[in-house]
Structure formats: structure tokens, C-alpha cells
Ligand binder design. Structure first.
Ligand SMILES: [Zn+2]
Length: 484
């Protein structure tokens, strides 16, 4: 089967054929580091973390680069407002971003270049654009002349003539035409600046990504990702710069864009003022609930974010996690109610169900990373296993092996989506389970002796360990509350 990805450039799902067999080079536009990131920003990093993980699951060797934009108008303005040096501001928010990503379980990029450390690469590209007559200098500023790049508008499916005609009214007199954009901006007093052949100044935002992605991934790399809002003009301009400077095409083979996060139907954005910081959402619901919420909608579709959906996603995660915990309990025969039998059991049907669920998972993800359907395949596993273990206390060794296989399958598929299962908290820590079992036994003994205070005390101790107990006709059952 072939992986298909929706390519913004062609406007359809294309077969994914990387530049180099078995390897994928991908670049995602990183944050502009002047504030904490919000849930809308995080969707992009979670989306491409999923893409990267699934490609690795499919056996590709993935090289992932994601930049930090650490020089920009927003940074300069925010630093000026706070009366601090821009480098202090960017260092603070690079750190905060790294913390948020780690807390979300997003794997760090292989390469995380800083724009300010790649000024010479950008200058080189700008000079080559000037040499080719595609860029022009006006009083220390350098502009890209969009009319010199006939393919302009191909990614965003806009017509260059329309862009030029439509924007004529607000033409900056310094530019030859309205769609022309800045490659280099001359320094204003007090701004960070670097020497250039055109005087002191700083790079435009768009040139950063062209220069850094080409430097680390080479021409015609495989996947360039970002949010939908970056298609125009940012990614359009990245193509114009990279293909203009090299005279070759395509700069990038597949352009992937994730949808927006909305709140009550409106795009989550700092400018709208309806943002929820990642760290607040993490404190509210934990990383797995946030990830489940995003995985539950196709990455290209919008998601409306609210507390109810977050809680619902957390419960869906719990269903998967609890199943892994139940398998642990049976497989380790920790519950003294479980009896291990010799001889054959009904493991065949469970193993068959696992195989077909995994095939369904792969088919869904191969279809442009259809994570909602892939999750559906994982929930098929939970249903199958729950049916398999329902009301049973006696299992054959082969059946326990099959249950272990179910756990391994869920773990493997979860990993391809960035979902990790602790099963019993303390990550399958046998001491923890033994400890809980001992406490439950002590509580049973206390109840038998009608020492209700002691029984309650033990129940409270267990609650502190996040263990929820339930007295049933079959005995006391326990599970661990969700992580986070
Ligand atoms: Zn970019």
C-alpha cells in the first residue's frame, strides 16, 4: 500500500514518493518567540509530530528541522514595550516553547536553527536573487520582484495578475509593485541589526525559512509543513525565493497544512484575544487529552476547542489506557482472582482481530494521516479485548500471550500517533502494583474485622496514589485515574 498525502501544491492527495528512497526530510515553520504559545499554535506541532511519528512507523528515516524565528517586528515591539533586550525576550520564550513541547510529548526536532545564527546564509540567497535580477535594492531595503517569478501564486492557487491588480491601491511607493515583499529591511534606530552589502539591517521573515530549510535539508526536500494561514504569503514567498535563487523546481515536493483551532467558531489568535495557553490546557487536562482531541479530527479540518471536548478526549484516552492496565493486571496475574490454565484457549480469534485492526489503522493513516479512523481501529482493539476478558478469571497461557500481544499492538499504534499508555501508573511498576494489592488486602482484612476507620484510611491512602477502588460482588477492583 502507498501512503497518500494531501499536497497543497497540487490540491489533491498524491502518492508519497520521497526524494531519497527510505528517507524523509521535513521542515516545519517554528514559532516566533515573543510570547507563550497557545493551543492554536500547538496544533501545528502536534500535527507534524504525528506525521513524523507515522513516517517512522512506516519505516522511513526522518530528518526533521524546525526553526525559531528570533528576529521579527513582533519581537522588537514586545521587547521595547517591556524595556528589555530582544535577545532576553527570545531566550525566555525559546525556553518556554521547549518546556511546552516536552510537556505535550512532542519529540524535539533533529535540527532547530535560530534565524539570528543564519544571517550569512540569508545574505547569500538575497545576493543571488539580486544577481539574477529578481530582487532590487531601495535605500538599504531589498525587495523581491514578484513579477519576475511567473510561478508565483501556484501554491495558494492565486493568479499573479489578480494579485497585482487587486493590490494596486496600497502600493508602497518604494516598491515596484504591491505584491513585492521585503527580503532585507534597513535598520531603524535601536533595532537589532547586521552588516550587509546594503547597509545595516535585518532579514525579512520569509527568507529565513528558505535559507535554513535548504541549508539543512537540501533542494527538493520532501515535506514542508505549517498552519493553513502560512500558505499565503509566507510559503508562497518561500518558494519564490528558493526557486528564484536556484533556478530549479520544486523547492519542496509535498506541502502539508493543518487546519485552524477555533473557539465558538472563531479562529484562536492573539489578535482576536481568545487564546488558551498550552500550559493552561496542560494543567487542565494533561497532554494525552489534548493530543486525543486533535487526533479525533482530521488534521486539515478545523477544530472547535472547548472544555467539554477536552474532557471527552481525556475520557477516550482513559478507555485505551485502562485497557492496557487491565491487560497488565491479567498478564501479571496480580489479581489473585486470576487463574492461569494450561492448554489451548480462544487466543486465535483475538490475534486475528488484532491483525485486522492494525491493517485498518495503517490503511487510515496511509490515507493522508486519517487519525480519526486510525483511532477507530484502536478502539476496535479495546472492544475486542473487553469482550475477550469480560467476566473471565481463568486464562490459558496462550491467551495471556495474546493479551500481551494486544497491549504491544496498542502501544505500537499509540506510539505512531504520539499516545503513550502508562497502564497502571508508575509505568507498569511491579512494586507499585504489589503495594496497591497489599493495601487492598489490608483494607479487606480491616473490613472483615469491622475496623471501618482503618478501612477508610487505607481507601484514602489509595486515593493519594490516584488509585480508584470499587467494591463489586466479585471482589475489590482498582484502576488508576488518568495521568496528568
Ligand atoms: Zn516558515
Amino acid at each position: 500500500m502507498v501512503l497518500k498525502v494531501h499536497n497543497t501544491l497540487t490540491g489533491r492527495k498524491d502518492d508519497f514518493v520521497p526524494r531519497d528512497a527510505g528517507r524523509v526530510a521535513m521542515y516545519v515553520c517554528g514559532p516566533t518567540v515573543y510570547n507563550y504559545i497557545h493551543v492554536g499554535n500547538a496544533r501545528c506541532y502536534l500535527t507534524f509530530d504525528m506525521v513524523r511519528r507515522y513516517l517512522a512507523f512506516r519505516g522511513y528515516d526522518v530528518l526533521y528541522a524546525q526553526n525559531f524565528t528570533d528576529v521579527d517586528d513582533k519581537i522588537i515591539n514586545a521587547a521595547a514595550e517591556q524595556g528589555i533586550d530582544p535577545t532576553v525576550l527570545t531566550a525566555t520564550f525559546i525556553e518556554a516553547f521547549l518546556e511546552d513541547m516536552a510537556a505535550l510529548g512532542v519529540a524535539p526536532p533533529d535540527i532547530a536553527p535560530l534565524a539570528t545564527e543564519h544571517i550569512s546564509d540569508m545574505l547569500e540567497m538575497i545576493e543571488s536573487l539580486i544577481d539574477k535580477g529578481i530582487a532590487y535594492v531601495v535605500d538599504g531595503d531589498v525587495y523581491y520582484e514578484v513579477a519576475k517569478f511567473p510561478a508565483y501564486g501556484r501554491l495558494s492557487h492565486r493568479d499573479l495578475a489578480d494579485l497585482q491588480a487587486g493590490a494596486r491601491v496600497d502600493v508602497d511607493s518604494r516598491k515596484k509593485a504591491a505584491p513585492d515583499f521585503a527580503l532585507w529591511k534597513s535598520a531603524k534606530p535601536g533595532e537589532p541589526n547586521w552588516d550587509s552589502p546594503w547597509g545595516k539591517g535585518r532579514p525579512g521573515w520569509h527568507i529565513e525559512c528558505s535559507a535554513m530549510s535548504l541549508k539543512y535539508l537540501g533542494f527538493s526536500f520532501d515535506i514542508h509543513g505549517g498552519g493553513l494561514d502560512l500558505i499565503f504569503p509566507h510559503h508562497e514567498n518561500e518558494i519564490a525565493q528558493a526557486e528564484g535563487a536556484t533556478g530549479e523546481s520544486p523547492f519542496v515536493r509535498y506541502w502539508l497544512h493543518n487546519g485552524f483551532v477555533t473557539m465558538s467558531g472563531e479562529k484562536m489568535a492573539k489578535s482576536v484575544g481568545n487564546v488558551i495557553r498550552v500550559r493552561d490546557a496542560l494543567a487542565e487536562a494533561g497532554p494525552m487529552a489534548i493530543r486525543m482531541l486533535f487526533l479525533g479530527t482530521h488534521y486539515r479540518s478545523p477544530i472547535d476547542f472547548n472544555a467539554d471536548k477536552l474532557a471527552e478526549a481525556g475520557r477516550a484516552y482513559d478507555r485505551l489506557n485502562n485497557l492496557v492496565g487491565n491487560i497488565d493486571r491479567i498478564a501479571a496475574a496480580l489479581d489473585d482472582k486470576i487463574t492461569v490454565l494450561t492448554g489451548a484457549g480462544k487466543e486465535r480469534q483475538l490475534l486475528d482481530a488484532l491483525r485486522s485492526a492494525e491493517a485498518a489503522f495503517v490503511a487510515a493513516m496511509d490515507d493522508d494521516f486519517n487519525a480519526p479512523d486510525a483511532l477507530g481501529a484502536m478502539f476496535t482493539v479495546t472492544r475486542e479485548v473487553n469482550t475477550f476478558i469480560k467476566d473471565r478469571t481463568r486464562f490459558s497461557l496462550d491467551e495471556i500471550d495474546a493479551l500481551d500481544e494486544a497491549k504491544a499492538t496498542l502501544t505500537r499504534l499509540g506510539d505512531a500517533l504520539g499516545l503513550s499508555f502508562t497502564g497502571f501508573a508508575g509505568s507498569a511498576d511491579v512494586n507499585f502494583k504489589a503495594d496497591v494489592d497489599a493495601k487492598i488486602a489490608a483494607r479487606q482484612a480491616a473490613k472483615a474485622a469491622k475496623d471501618w476507620d482503618a478501612a477508610d484510611r487505607i481507601r484514602n491512602d489509595l486515593a493519594l496514589l490516584d488509585v480508584v477502588i470499587e467494591d463489586t460482588p466479585e471482589g475489590t477492583k482498582w484502576r488508576v485515574k488518568k495521568d496528568g
